[in-house]
Design a protein around this ligand. Structure first.
Ligand code: SAM
Length: 278
Protein backbone atom coordinates (compact mmCIF):
# COMPACT_ATOMS: atom_id res chain seq x y z
CA UNK A 1 0.00 0.00 0.00
CA UNK A 2 1.50 3.33 -1.01
CA UNK A 3 -1.35 5.37 0.55
CA UNK A 4 -4.69 5.07 2.36
CA UNK A 5 -6.76 6.06 -0.65
CA UNK A 6 -9.15 3.55 -2.25
CA UNK A 7 -8.01 1.12 -4.98
CA UNK A 8 -8.09 2.62 -8.48
CA UNK A 9 -10.71 0.16 -9.73
CA UNK A 10 -13.11 1.54 -7.11
CA UNK A 11 -12.20 5.13 -8.01
CA UNK A 12 -12.88 4.49 -11.70
CA UNK A 13 -16.19 2.81 -10.97
CA UNK A 14 -17.40 5.39 -8.49
CA UNK A 15 -16.59 8.30 -10.83
CA UNK A 16 -17.75 6.53 -14.01
CA UNK A 17 -14.35 6.86 -15.71
CA UNK A 18 -14.86 4.54 -18.65
CA UNK A 19 -11.75 4.82 -20.84
CA UNK A 20 -12.08 6.99 -23.95
CA UNK A 21 -9.99 6.04 -26.95
CA UNK A 22 -10.13 9.58 -28.36
CA UNK A 23 -8.22 10.80 -25.28
CA UNK A 24 -5.65 7.98 -25.45
CA UNK A 25 -6.91 6.60 -22.16
CA UNK A 26 -5.11 3.43 -21.10
CA UNK A 27 -5.00 3.58 -17.33
CA UNK A 28 -2.44 2.11 -14.95
CA UNK A 29 -4.33 0.62 -12.01
CA UNK A 30 -1.48 -1.18 -10.23
CA UNK A 31 -0.09 1.21 -7.62
CA UNK A 32 3.08 -0.87 -7.22
CA UNK A 33 3.76 -0.23 -10.87
CA UNK A 34 3.05 3.50 -10.66
CA UNK A 35 5.31 3.69 -7.58
CA UNK A 36 8.04 2.01 -9.65
CA UNK A 37 7.63 4.59 -12.44
CA UNK A 38 7.81 7.37 -9.83
CA UNK A 39 11.09 5.86 -8.55
CA UNK A 40 12.45 5.83 -12.10
CA UNK A 41 12.02 9.63 -12.07
CA UNK A 42 14.78 9.82 -9.42
CA UNK A 43 14.72 11.59 -6.07
CA UNK A 44 11.56 13.71 -6.06
CA UNK A 45 11.88 15.18 -2.59
CA UNK A 46 12.34 18.92 -2.89
CA UNK A 47 11.22 18.93 -6.54
CA UNK A 48 8.07 20.07 -8.30
CA UNK A 49 6.71 17.47 -10.72
CA UNK A 50 4.70 18.24 -13.81
CA UNK A 51 2.40 15.40 -14.76
CA UNK A 52 0.49 15.39 -18.03
CA UNK A 53 -2.71 13.37 -18.20
CA UNK A 54 -3.14 12.13 -14.61
CA UNK A 55 -6.46 10.42 -15.45
CA UNK A 56 -7.77 8.68 -12.32
CA UNK A 57 -4.45 9.45 -10.60
CA UNK A 58 -2.44 6.23 -10.36
CA UNK A 59 0.88 7.82 -11.27
CA UNK A 60 -0.05 11.00 -9.39
CA UNK A 61 -0.38 8.94 -6.22
CA UNK A 62 2.97 7.27 -6.95
CA UNK A 63 4.66 10.66 -7.35
CA UNK A 64 3.14 12.09 -4.16
CA UNK A 65 3.95 8.97 -2.13
CA UNK A 66 7.54 9.20 -3.43
CA UNK A 67 7.80 12.61 -1.74
CA UNK A 68 7.37 15.14 -4.55
CA UNK A 69 7.20 18.63 -3.02
CA UNK A 70 4.33 19.47 -5.34
CA UNK A 71 2.66 17.80 -8.33
CA UNK A 72 1.06 20.00 -10.98
CA UNK A 73 -1.14 17.82 -13.14
CA UNK A 74 -2.72 18.90 -16.44
CA UNK A 75 -5.77 16.87 -17.46
CA UNK A 76 -8.01 17.42 -20.47
CA UNK A 77 -10.84 15.15 -19.33
CA UNK A 78 -13.02 17.01 -16.81
CA UNK A 79 -14.57 13.68 -15.71
CA UNK A 80 -11.29 12.93 -13.86
CA UNK A 81 -11.32 16.09 -11.72
CA UNK A 82 -13.44 14.78 -8.79
CA UNK A 83 -11.19 11.71 -8.46
CA UNK A 84 -8.10 13.95 -8.51
CA UNK A 85 -9.69 16.26 -5.90
CA UNK A 86 -9.81 13.30 -3.51
CA UNK A 87 -6.06 12.82 -3.93
CA UNK A 88 -5.46 16.55 -3.41
CA UNK A 89 -7.43 16.34 -0.15
CA UNK A 90 -5.25 13.46 1.06
CA UNK A 91 -2.06 15.44 0.29
CA UNK A 92 -2.94 19.00 1.39
CA UNK A 93 -1.20 21.73 -0.60
CA UNK A 94 0.80 19.27 -2.69
CA UNK A 95 -1.41 18.61 -5.73
CA UNK A 96 -2.61 21.29 -8.17
CA UNK A 97 -4.80 20.10 -11.00
CA UNK A 98 -5.17 22.22 -14.11
CA UNK A 99 -7.98 21.34 -16.45
CA UNK A 100 -6.81 21.84 -20.02
CA UNK A 101 -4.89 20.65 -23.03
CA UNK A 102 -1.19 20.18 -22.26
CA UNK A 103 -0.40 21.28 -25.80
CA UNK A 104 -1.97 24.67 -25.10
CA UNK A 105 -1.47 25.47 -21.40
CA UNK A 106 1.68 27.38 -20.40
CA UNK A 107 2.66 25.03 -17.61
CA UNK A 108 6.11 26.28 -16.62
CA UNK A 109 4.64 29.31 -14.84
CA UNK A 110 2.89 27.03 -12.33
CA UNK A 111 6.12 25.35 -11.19
CA UNK A 112 9.17 26.23 -9.08
CA UNK A 113 12.60 24.73 -9.88
CA UNK A 114 13.90 22.11 -9.57
CA UNK A 115 11.27 20.67 -11.89
CA UNK A 116 10.86 17.11 -13.13
CA UNK A 117 8.32 15.91 -15.65
CA UNK A 118 6.73 12.49 -15.31
CA UNK A 119 3.82 11.18 -17.33
CA UNK A 120 2.00 8.25 -18.76
CA UNK A 121 1.27 10.26 -21.85
CA UNK A 122 -1.56 9.84 -24.26
CA UNK A 123 0.20 8.23 -27.22
CA UNK A 124 -1.20 10.75 -29.67
CA UNK A 125 0.39 13.76 -27.94
CA UNK A 126 3.52 12.13 -26.49
CA UNK A 127 5.92 12.80 -29.35
CA UNK A 128 4.66 16.37 -29.85
CA UNK A 129 5.24 17.19 -26.17
CA UNK A 130 8.65 15.51 -26.11
CA UNK A 131 9.80 17.46 -29.16
CA UNK A 132 8.58 20.68 -27.58
CA UNK A 133 10.31 19.98 -24.25
CA UNK A 134 13.57 19.12 -26.04
CA UNK A 135 13.43 22.11 -28.35
CA UNK A 136 12.35 25.16 -26.34
CA UNK A 137 13.39 28.73 -27.21
CA UNK A 138 15.99 28.75 -24.38
CA UNK A 139 18.44 26.11 -23.15
CA UNK A 140 18.75 24.87 -20.38
CA UNK A 141 15.00 24.21 -20.25
CA UNK A 142 12.66 24.70 -17.29
CA UNK A 143 12.86 20.97 -16.45
CA UNK A 144 15.73 18.78 -15.16
CA UNK A 145 14.44 15.38 -16.27
CA UNK A 146 11.62 13.71 -18.17
CA UNK A 147 10.27 10.28 -17.25
CA UNK A 148 7.76 9.36 -19.91
CA UNK A 149 5.76 6.41 -21.15
CA UNK A 150 5.80 5.75 -24.90
CA UNK A 151 4.93 3.00 -27.28
CA UNK A 152 8.00 0.73 -27.26
CA UNK A 153 8.69 1.60 -30.89
CA UNK A 154 8.82 5.34 -30.14
CA UNK A 155 11.01 4.71 -27.06
CA UNK A 156 13.44 2.86 -29.34
CA UNK A 157 13.53 5.80 -31.74
CA UNK A 158 14.42 8.14 -28.87
CA UNK A 159 17.48 6.12 -27.76
CA UNK A 160 18.55 4.76 -31.18
CA UNK A 161 22.14 4.95 -32.41
CA UNK A 162 23.35 5.56 -36.02
CA UNK A 163 23.07 2.54 -38.30
CA UNK A 164 19.90 1.23 -36.67
CA UNK A 165 16.49 1.31 -38.29
CA UNK A 166 15.02 3.38 -35.46
CA UNK A 167 17.68 6.12 -35.76
CA UNK A 168 16.30 9.47 -36.89
CA UNK A 169 15.24 12.99 -35.98
CA UNK A 170 14.03 12.08 -32.53
CA UNK A 171 17.25 10.17 -31.65
CA UNK A 172 19.40 13.11 -32.76
CA UNK A 173 17.39 15.72 -30.86
CA UNK A 174 17.29 13.55 -27.72
CA UNK A 175 21.03 12.84 -27.73
CA UNK A 176 21.95 16.41 -28.51
CA UNK A 177 20.21 17.83 -25.48
CA UNK A 178 19.77 14.97 -23.04
CA UNK A 179 20.99 11.65 -21.79
CA UNK A 180 18.19 9.24 -22.57
CA UNK A 181 17.63 5.61 -21.69
CA UNK A 182 14.82 3.10 -21.55
CA UNK A 183 14.27 2.25 -17.89
CA UNK A 184 11.18 0.04 -17.96
CA UNK A 185 9.26 -2.21 -20.33
CA UNK A 186 5.53 -2.75 -19.98
CA UNK A 187 3.30 -5.34 -21.65
CA UNK A 188 -0.17 -4.31 -22.91
CA UNK A 189 -1.79 -6.08 -19.93
CA UNK A 190 -0.28 -3.53 -17.53
CA UNK A 191 -2.97 -1.09 -18.76
CA UNK A 192 -6.76 -0.93 -18.59
CA UNK A 193 -7.87 -1.30 -21.32
CA UNK A 194 -4.73 -2.91 -22.83
CA UNK A 195 -3.37 -1.03 -25.88
CA UNK A 196 -2.38 -3.00 -28.99
CA UNK A 197 1.34 -2.35 -28.56
CA UNK A 198 4.04 -2.75 -25.91
CA UNK A 199 5.10 0.33 -23.94
CA UNK A 200 8.32 1.55 -22.37
CA UNK A 201 9.33 4.27 -19.94
CA UNK A 202 12.15 6.55 -21.10
CA UNK A 203 14.15 8.68 -18.65
CA UNK A 204 15.85 11.75 -20.13
CA UNK A 205 18.14 14.02 -18.14
CA UNK A 206 18.69 17.50 -19.60
CA UNK A 207 22.29 18.27 -20.47
CA UNK A 208 23.42 21.66 -19.09
CA UNK A 209 24.52 22.45 -22.66
CA UNK A 210 23.87 20.61 -25.92
CA UNK A 211 26.50 17.92 -26.56
CA UNK A 212 28.07 19.80 -29.53
CA UNK A 213 27.67 23.44 -30.56
CA UNK A 214 25.17 24.10 -33.36
CA UNK A 215 22.46 26.62 -34.23
CA UNK A 216 19.25 24.79 -33.21
CA UNK A 217 17.26 26.05 -36.19
CA UNK A 218 19.88 25.00 -38.75
CA UNK A 219 20.44 21.64 -37.09
CA UNK A 220 16.67 21.02 -37.00
CA UNK A 221 16.29 21.91 -40.71
CA UNK A 222 19.26 19.86 -41.88
CA UNK A 223 18.23 16.79 -39.91
CA UNK A 224 14.63 17.08 -41.12
CA UNK A 225 15.76 17.34 -44.77
CA UNK A 226 18.29 14.55 -44.41
CA UNK A 227 15.78 12.11 -42.94
CA UNK A 228 12.93 12.94 -45.29
CA UNK A 229 14.27 10.10 -47.42
CA UNK A 230 16.56 8.33 -45.01
CA UNK A 231 18.06 5.98 -47.59
CA UNK A 232 18.98 8.71 -50.04
CA UNK A 233 22.56 10.01 -50.21
CA UNK A 234 23.12 13.14 -48.11
CA UNK A 235 24.23 15.19 -51.12
CA UNK A 236 20.91 14.42 -52.83
CA UNK A 237 18.58 14.98 -49.88
CA UNK A 238 20.34 18.25 -48.96
CA UNK A 239 20.73 19.59 -52.51
CA UNK A 240 18.71 22.73 -51.76
CA UNK A 241 21.68 24.01 -49.70
CA UNK A 242 24.26 25.83 -51.87
CA UNK A 243 27.50 23.94 -52.50
CA UNK A 244 26.37 21.12 -50.24
CA UNK A 245 29.04 18.71 -51.49
CA UNK A 246 31.85 20.95 -50.15
CA UNK A 247 29.94 21.61 -46.92
CA UNK A 248 29.57 17.86 -46.32
CA UNK A 249 33.26 17.20 -46.92
CA UNK A 250 34.24 20.11 -44.64
CA UNK A 251 32.02 18.60 -41.93
CA UNK A 252 33.75 15.23 -42.35
CA UNK A 253 30.75 13.56 -44.01
CA UNK A 254 31.02 11.43 -47.15
CA UNK A 255 28.58 13.11 -49.58
CA UNK A 256 27.41 9.63 -50.57
CA UNK A 257 26.60 8.67 -46.96
CA UNK A 258 22.95 8.09 -46.02
CA UNK A 259 21.43 10.06 -43.14
CA UNK A 260 20.85 6.91 -41.10
CA UNK A 261 24.64 6.37 -40.79
CA UNK A 262 25.62 9.96 -39.86
CA UNK A 263 26.15 10.56 -36.15
CA UNK A 264 25.15 13.57 -34.06
CA UNK A 265 28.68 15.01 -33.93
CA UNK A 266 28.81 15.16 -37.76
CA UNK A 267 25.30 16.60 -38.08
CA UNK A 268 26.34 19.36 -35.67
CA UNK A 269 29.56 19.95 -37.65
CA UNK A 270 27.46 20.26 -40.82
CA UNK A 271 25.08 22.71 -39.13
CA UNK A 272 28.09 24.85 -38.14
CA UNK A 273 29.53 24.79 -41.67
CA UNK A 274 26.15 25.85 -43.11
CA UNK A 275 26.02 28.58 -40.48
CA UNK A 276 29.42 29.87 -41.64
CA UNK A 277 31.04 28.73 -38.39
CA UNK A 278 32.56 25.45 -39.56
N1 SAM B 1 -1.74 8.86 -15.99
C1 SAM B 1 -2.92 8.00 -16.02
C2 SAM B 1 -2.52 6.57 -15.75
O1 SAM B 1 -1.31 6.31 -15.80
O2 SAM B 1 -3.38 5.74 -15.50
C3 SAM B 1 -3.67 8.11 -17.34
C4 SAM B 1 -2.87 7.78 -18.58
S1 SAM B 1 -3.77 7.82 -20.09
C5 SAM B 1 -2.60 6.93 -21.13
C6 SAM B 1 -3.59 9.46 -20.74
C7 SAM B 1 -4.29 10.59 -19.98
O3 SAM B 1 -4.03 11.84 -20.63
C8 SAM B 1 -5.80 10.49 -19.94
O4 SAM B 1 -6.24 10.75 -18.64
C9 SAM B 1 -6.30 11.58 -20.91
O5 SAM B 1 -7.56 12.09 -20.56
C10 SAM B 1 -5.21 12.61 -20.77
N2 SAM B 1 -5.05 13.48 -21.95
C11 SAM B 1 -5.22 13.16 -23.25
N3 SAM B 1 -4.88 14.19 -24.06
C12 SAM B 1 -4.47 15.19 -23.23
C13 SAM B 1 -3.99 16.51 -23.46
N4 SAM B 1 -3.84 16.99 -24.68
N5 SAM B 1 -3.66 17.27 -22.38
C14 SAM B 1 -3.80 16.77 -21.12
N6 SAM B 1 -4.24 15.53 -20.85
C15 SAM B 1 -4.58 14.75 -21.89
Amino acid sequence: MIDDLPPLRDVIQRHGLSARKSLGQNFLLDLNLTAKIARAAGDLTGADVLEVGPGPGGLTRGLLAAGARKVVAVEKDARCLPALAEIAAAYPGRLDVIEGDALEVDIAQHLTPPIKIAANLPYNVGTALLTRWLDPPQWPPFWDSLTLMFQREVAERIVAKPGSKAYGRLSILAEWRSEARIVMDLPPQAFTPPPKVRSAVVHLVARPEPLYPANPRILRDVVAQAFQQRRKMMRASLKRYPDIETALVTAGIDPKARAETVDLERFCALARVLDGKG
